[in-house]
Design a protein around this ligand. Structure first.
Ligand code: ASP
Length: 319
């Protein structure tokens, strides 16, 4: 395993950002990278850096994770998060923690880390996840912001006026395509520490008006979050496509078979484009600490650094 360089990359969700909100989103990306970078530079682990960057983004209400998570069809929040680290490249040393359907907790990504460190399990869901969070000391916390509630009310009434047949609410994709202005905002981090360990962490509220009980790609290892000794990655966009393609695991497999990290991510994006015209994006880091992000949506705020480089932050990869 190599010793350097340290590196870290974050994303703030694939989608379309509202005009006027772009600079705040990009600045928040840089801030989140800096939080993790300080930990890596002082010899801290990829896990601690990724969690710290993820917490900074969960606590920022402009992102759809933690405070500011989006509301489901019934008007409440169900948050998913996952963290994964694979220091030894074998199953024995692989560590994963995940939560799904968390409703009243400030930082789901910390709860997922605690599932990994404090239990024999990989994933906790719903009431059980929330009870576990309370035992771990997480206070009761309502993540719904006034902005998200207003978005939900607006969208819910549009949906009702467009759909006279209530069963059509089970198939929301075409409706959401006509309202892209509210999409995106999931957060993800991939970090590589001075020991060459790669950690991936992702946290989300899913998407607005999702059916209660829906679980996306984010908490599913190998789908929205994955880390190996070859590569770590975090996905964003419509999770159902990411799940069907086991996208983040495939990115690692592509790298293992010899692709560069950019080729691996772009190959996955091409395949998801061909198969589903999927609205997705990824960030990733390989074993050499090379960070890379790309997306099929108009926007995906992201920022990264590697070694002693400046932090690069942008709203989108220009095509
Ligand atoms: N991937 C997330 C999900 O499907 C949503 C997103 O990234 O915007 O839950």
């Amino acid at each position: 395993m190599g010793t350097s360089p340290i590196s870290l990359i974050v994303h703030g969700g694939a989608g379309s950002w509202r005009p006027g909100s772009e600079s705040a989103a990009v600045a928040s990306m840089s801030t989140a990278v800096l939080v993790g970078r300080k930990i890596l530079e002082s010899g801290g682990s990829a896990l601690d850096a990724a969690i710290a960057s993820a917490v900074a983004l969960e606590d920022n209400p402009i992102f759809n994770a933690g405070t500011g998570a989006v509301l489901n069809l019934d008007g409440f929040v169900e948050m998913d998060a996952c963290v994964m680290v694979s220091p030894g490249g074998d199953f024995k040393t692989t560590r994963i923690g995940a939560v799904t359907g968390l409703q009243r907790v400030k930082n789901p990504i910390i709860v997922s880390k605690e599932v990994m460190e404090e239990t024999d399990h990989v994933m906790l869901t719903g009431d059980g996840a929330q009870r576990f969070a309370r035992v771990m000391g997480h206070a009761d916390y309502d993540p719904i912001t006034a902005d998200r509630l207003a978005d939900w009310k607006d969208k819910r009434s549009k949906l009702e006026s467009q759909n006279d047949d209530s069963s059509r609410q089970f198939k929301l994709r075409s409706f959401l395509k006509t309202h892209p202005e509210f999409a995106g905002g999931t957060i993800g981090v991939v970090a590589r520490d001075m020991h060459g360990v790669i950690c991936a962490a992702t946290s989300t509220g899913g998407y607005t008006l999702k059916l209660p009980g829906r679980v996306g790609d984010t908490p599913l290892p190998g789908c929205g979050t994955y880390a190996s000794t070859f590569a770590g990655s975090s996905a964003t966009g419509t999770g159902e496509y990411v799940i069907r393609s086991l996208a983040c695991r495939q990115i690692s497999d592509h790298v293992e078979r010899g692709m560069s990290i950019a080729e691996a991510v772009d190959a996955m994006l091409d395949q998801l484009g061909r198969d589903f015209d999927a609205d997705v994006g990824f960030i990733a880091i390989d074993a050499n600490g090379v960070p890379y992000g790309n997306h099929r949506t108009r926007d995906m705020p992201h920022a990264y650094f590697s070694g002693s480089s400046e932090i690069v932050a942008k709203m989108r990869v220009e095509k």
